[in-house]
Design a protein around this ligand. Structure first.
Ligand SMILES: O=C(CO)COP(=O)(O)O
Length: 141
């Protein structure tokens, strides 16, 4: 599965701890991250996420583009609800695309815990069916 990892500054520590705690689950998946978040994850774990640009410089939009192509299966986006973000439109666009494409998104650690357990239990395997069907449709056209 392709998993996006993003955290606002006040939540980066939480996300890094989460990634450390679930490293054994996450290691079997392809990880993608916004620049600063991904760098923190690399420093603290043995995980090796693909790094996009920093969020305010377009990283959220790059991850949004993957969602729009139905190439992202799960989004872990630890948001800071107490600080204004200069790139709020990009953040809203990413969240909206998750709803357009039915991509599971966790915006806090409590939801992320539930999704990660679901991931290891196979609850998200339907995403592979969705992508498989999409590829079949593309092959036919
Ligand atoms: O701003 C972000 C998400 O909106 C995160 O970007 P960074 O990981 O580069 O800090």
């Amino acid at each position: 599965m392709n998993i996006a990892c993003i955290a606002h500054d006040e939540k980066k520590k939480d996300l890094v701890q989460f990634m450390m705690a679930y490293e054994s689950v996450l290691t079997g998946h392809s990880l993608f991250a916004t620049g600063t978040t991904g760098t923190r994850i690399k420093e603290a774990t043995g995980l090796n996420p693909h790094l996009f640009r920093s969020g305010p410089l377009g990283g959220d939009q790059q991850i949004g583009a993957m969602i729009a192509e139905n190439k992202m299966d799960l989004v872990l986006f630890f948001k800071d609800p107490l600080s204004a973000q200069p790139h709020e439109p990009d953040i809203n666009a990413l969240s909206r695309l998750c709803d357009v494409y039915s991509v599971p998104i966790a915006t806090n650690m409590a939801t992320a815990e539930v999704l990660i357990h679901g991931l290891s239990r196979g609850d998200l395997n339907w995403r592979e069916l969705v992508n498989g069907e999409k590829r079949l449709i593309e092959d036919e056209s």
